[in-house]
Design a binder for this molecule. Sequence first.
Ligand code: EPU
Length: 337
Amino acid sequence: MPDDRLDRCNTFGLPSRADRLVVARTEQALVGQLRRMASHEPLTVLGGGSNVVLRARLPGTVLLVRTRGMRLEVASDERVLLTAAAGERWHDLVRYSLGQGLGGLENLALIPGSAGAAPIQNIGAYGVELADRLVGLRAFDRASGKICRFDRTACAFGYRDSVFKSGAPGRYVILDVTLGLSTRPLLETGYPELRAELVAMGRVTPSPVDVAEAVVRVRRRKLPDPRRFGNAGSFFKNPIVTADAARRLRQANPGLVMHETPDGNMKLAAAQLIDRCGWKGRRQGAAGVWPRHALVLVNFGGAHAPDLLRLAEEIRRDVHARFGVDLVFEAQVLGQD
Ligand code: EPU
């Protein structure tokens, strides 16, 4: 990295600078760097930078995790564990595992970002979440200065959430993740769009590779390629409301999409709420809402963090005024202007 600029280190392509930028290419370098820092020193750890809004300046140290390495370990007849260094690109893991004849990650194909970032927001798509596949991970604990292990329960996963994101933010730096894969996976093809794509591909009894291919096709069709249009995937989380509130909302707004959560609440589709407020495809200068998916905010070129945040706030305000629902950012806003 020639300088301290972060423009190319975030998929929104926002202009930003680090006070100090450090790139860690090995676990030894990563841990060494962390050990040299006091636990209270400001630190931002960036993987693929695909779920962040970077303001103009990131105070303190920005650590780019670029560690590499994947290994397989046979656990039983059908079960294989894949351990990947935090800096590996998530989609490379998906491709590698499929190439080894292993299923489990096919629904999570083409999600931007790194292996180490995946547990932080518990990435998910088309009926599968990282929490369904993660067996454990290793992390550096900045509070104790030690490396520790987390099993799945200790990660306290929730919808786009984990202990790393909301329980003890900034305390742990993930070093590697271990995923449970299978030579004879049970495929999850219940998501209507995925099923329709498999039918269109003529795959009646699909393989994991077919499912990944279908996911890639659906994603490419709906979501902008960050290399062409800066974005961070879904900008907002899908809001969760009580069953009562959902009933009232549906009465007043026929056709609202909602799904029951395991604890009896209802998850609404933020994209639909935004769409119904007329925001889909609208632009405000260089920031805008993707014309093919209302949950994706886009930097059409030259936007700064405040441009995107202004747009996001206006969307939040309109959705609240019309539906009484508070949208929460999925993307994390970092730094200062
Ligand atoms: N919809 C609209 N207008 C739109 C887009 C969608 O009305 O512009 C409606 C759709 O018709 C559908 C509903 O909203 O009924 C939900 O849309 P979609 O199926 O595209 O999924 P989503 O809830 O918007 C979530 C994840 C995505 C993930 C997809 C597929 C969140 C915040 N987003 O999106 O994850 O790929 O499901 O499983 O949970 C991400 O987190 O960055 C991400 C892309």
